[in-house]
Design a protein around this ligand. Structure first.
Ligand code: IFM
Length: 451
């Protein structure tokens, strides 16, 4: 797509944040450089039959060495913000001391972003726990609360002057269900008791870290990002409705309502009561935090029919429309779901502000004659962004949108085949090429492309 010299045709909401997102393990590579120790993903990807194509993030997009080129691409796209995560195992050594070379890397990245007027949104934890902490039980041990708080303090001490926007956790539901219950993600555990313990401790750690951020940087905006799925029952039958409610509870509200001071939502899903075993006196107060914003990550919806296994298992087999458009991972495209979710979460009186911190489309894109013509992704972005603006126009306090992802990257258990980037990465040469969707996003942000 040629560079557009056209004049803006319309104006977007004032001060709305238009960004793109990534995470450390998915793009950085340099898995053992400059004192970085192994994370649980470095270890998990070595296990057999866990990752499609036996791939891993050892090199990934080599962002560690190419971050300046990537920041230049962000500037070329006209992004006003960039969301990325810090690699804990780059920053804190096993003996608890800090690794200055790791902090230097993020300082250089943050400086490069500021030099281009791109606001950093920094995620503290996007799934890559240091392996030395996993050996001590990881999220399933209460001491993780203290470890996470110490790591957070080191971040504000060394990088705080360069960061105004924090996201504490990325998608607790995903790293806890897939990591501790289903064994599909690192650390590969399959245990109901570990899952409940880890869920409770992750929420306590989240609030403790958020309080430490607020104490160190009272003016910073502090948020956290949740994975969300719009859920609809397949019919009006009581059994379908109840299954959908259980699904909604586990996938949307289990990690939200307690933080808002409403307790664990066990009424609609009694199995969740098992978490009570891990609650100590004072915990329910401690895991509350009044976040400045809630990050909504959304890709798809689920239509749920009754099964006694919903939502524990068969989560991939839940029915979608046969004729529905899906991405290359089989996730149904349903932009109205994002609108419904923004309405749902904004209805909580304790939630002040929402930011869409991830949304995007996976495809097995091909680079043909130097160009990726990803029409389906452009259509996806148009539809989903229209729903975000619809919610905003109706009064929902949503103040930003981050496309997932800036770059094609390591899609966890799915390896590299599913590409989500606005920018294509050739993993053999590390050459970057802006896709048609990237040019579309650039022109849309500049007010030159309508939805
Ligand atoms: O790639 C992931 C990301 O790390 C977390 N949210 C969902 C994305 C797509 O699966």
């Amino acid at each position: 797509m040629p560079h557009s010299a056209r004049e803006p045709k319309f104006s977007l909401p004032d001060n709305f944040i238009w960004g793109a997102a990534t995470s450390a393990y998915q793009i950085e590579g340099a898995h053992d450089k400059d004192g970085k120790s192994a994370s649980i993903w470095d270890v998990f990807t070595r296990k057999r039959r866990k990752i499609r194509g036996r791939e891993n993030g050892t090199i990934a997009c080599d962002h560690y060495n190419r971050f300046q080129e990537d920041v230049n691409l962000m500037a070329e796209l006209g992004l006003s913000a960039y969301r990325f995560s810090l690699s804990w195992s780059r920053l804190i050594r096993e003996d608890g001391s800090v690794e200055p070379r790791g902090f230097d890397f993020y300082k250089r990245l943050l400086d490069a972003l500021h030099a281009k007027n791109i606001r950093p949104f920094v995620t503290l934890y996007h799934w890559d726990l240091p392996q030395y902490l996993q050996k001590r039980g990881g999220w399933a041990k209460r001491e993780i609360i203290h470890e996470f708080a110490r790591y957070t303090e080191a971040v504000t001490e060394h990088l705080g002057g360069l960061i105004d926007n924090y996201i504490v956790l990325n998608e607790p539901m995903v790293f806890l269900i897939l990591g501790y219950l289903l064994g599909a993600h690192a650390p590969g555990k399959r245990s109901l008791s570990k899952f409940f313990a880890a869920s409770h401790y992750a929420l306590l750690a989240q609030a403790e870290a958020a309080r430490s951020l607020r104490a160190a940087q009272p003016k910073a905006q502090i948020g956290t990002s949740i994975s969300t799925t719009a859920v609809y029952p397949r019919s009006d039958s009581e059994r379908d409705i109840q299954s959908a409610e259980r699904f909604d509870t586990l996938y949307n509200t289990f990690y939200t309502e307690p933080v808002l001071g409403r307790g664990y939502p066990t009424a609609k899903f009694s199995t969740l009561k098992r978490i009570e075993k891990y609650i100590q006196e004072g915990d329910m107060e401690k895991l509350r935090f009044d976040f400045d914003f809630w990050g909504i990550n959304n890709y798809t919806r689920k239509i749920v029919r009754y099964s006694r296994w919903v939502p524990y298992a068969h989560w991939r087999e839940l029915p979608t429309h046969h004729e529905a458009l899906t991405n290359s991972l089989g996730w149904e495209v349903h932009s109205e779901g994002l609108y419904d979710l923004l309405k749902k979460f904004s209805a909580y009186k304790e939630i002040r502000n929402l930011i869409v911190t991830e949304n995007g489309f996976a495809a097995e894109d091909q680079l043909v004659a130097g160009r990726v013509q990803d029409k389906e992704r452009i259509a996806y972005y148009k539809d989903y962004i229209a729903q975000v603006l619809r919610a905003k126009n109706e009064g929902v306090n949503v103040t930003g949108y981050f496309a997932w992802s800036l770059l094609d990257n390591f899609e966890w258990a799915e390896g590299y085949a599913a590409r989500f980037g606005l920018v294509h990465v050739d993993y053999l040469t590390q050459a970057r090429r802006i896709k048609d969707s990237g040019y579309w996003y650039r022109d849309f942000i500049a007010g030159k492309e309508a939805l």
